[in-house]
Design a protein around this ligand. Structure first.
Ligand code: NAP
Length: 294
């Protein structure tokens, strides 16, 4: 048996196209131009690549994109002042502070300073708390992308056994809440879990969000399961170059699973697409419009 490859690239492109259609509609019918502000502190090369991609895709969807670059030695007060200005700016509906922040800056305080209505990363305690309480909230983009990819295979997740490996605020915890909202039965695993392979083998849906290259082996996977690989690790190749791999041993998984996301070309593609969706949702909510149809 060979598993279906879940094509994150195609699914993300379709989501971006639907978002662009909705952006055009709210502009035409309501004079609303959704705007996303991205704040980049310092010059971490990986963060610069992400921010450039967010900028290009935001503009391609027809939304306004505002980039703010600050030096790595910016003071906490100056960063908070910028966040305060963006909170007050009516052209800005989404604020994303690119993480990780350079050492010396207090990430928790910066996230807490963002207006929860504009918190398109879904990391503000108000949004995290609302999500945990089963209320409507802006949810983190990567877990949202994981749910959309899963639904490309399963029309309903009701009653399915899911395992989420990893419990970070960015991925694992919000993903657990989104799966509960879909009525899945969820096991949360982490570095202290016992018999992880055995826990995994019971799951119809496997989400690996650890950051350990190819940790999930083929014999951890229940035949026919859907495997969503969030992990991204850069490893050296025999040719002296590097390549990206996920948390799942992809070739092994392909022999056992029903469907698998590749790395790259899976979850990573969905994260920015979901950021565009969140920005559009935030803009509609701030303007008092119904939630967009994306
Ligand atoms: P993180 O904050 O480092 O969290 C990793 C989690 O994995 C922790 O909860 C940790 O458990 C758990 N863990 C570590 N070793 C383990 C082990 N041996 N067995 C079971 N669990 C273990 O990482 P993150 O921010 O959630 O990111 C996870 C991965 O996803 C990374 O590779 C990251 O690059 C990738 N990522 C991808 C995207 C995307 O768009 N594709 C977005 C975000 C992140 P403890 O809590 O017990 O320490």
């Amino acid at each position: 048996m060979t598993a279906q490859i879940i094509d994150g690239k195609r699914i993300a492109a379709e989501l971006r196209a639907r978002t662009a259609d909705e952006v055009a509609r709210v502009k035409r019918d309501h004079g609303l131009m959704p705007g996303l502000a991205v704040v980049l502190v310092g010059n971490d090369p990986a963060s610069e690549v992400y921010v450039r991609s967010k900028h290009t895709q935001t503009q391609a969807a027809g939304m306004a994109s505002f980039e703010h670059k600050l030096p790595a030695d910016v003071s906490q007060a100056a960063l908070l002042e910028l966040v305060g200005k963006l909170n007050a700016d009516p052209a800005v509906h989404g604020i994303l502070v690119q993480l990780p922040l350079p050492k010396g800056l207090n990430t928790e305080a910066v996230i807490a300073a963002i207006d929860p209505a504009k918190d398109v990363d879904g990391l503000h305690p108000n949004n995290a708390g609302r999500l945990a309480g089963g209320l409507r909230a802006l949810s983190p983009c990567t877990p949202l992308g994981c749910i959309i990819l899963t639904k490309s295979v399963h029309t309903s997740l009701e009653g399915l056994n899911a395992i989420v490996i990893g419990r970070s605020n960015l991925v694992g915890r919000p993903l657990v809440q989104l799966l509960l909202n879909e009525n899945a039965t969820v096991t949360i695993a982490h570095s202290r879990s016992r018999d992880l392979p055995g826990l995994c083998r019971q799951a119809d849906l496997v989400y690996a969000a650890v950051g350990k290259a190819e940790m999930v082996r083929g014999d951890w996977i229940k035949p026919g399961a859907t495997v969503i690989d969030v992990g991204i690790t850069r490893i050296p190749t025999a040719e002296g170059k590097t390549r990206l791999v996920g948390d799942v041993a992809f070739d092994d998984a392909m022999q056992v699973a029903g469907a698998v996301t590749p790395v790259p070309g899976g979850v990573g593609q969905m994260t920015v697409a979901c950021l565009l969706v969140n920005t559009l949702r935030a803009a509609c909510a701030i303007k008092g419009l119904p939630a967009p149809a994306v």
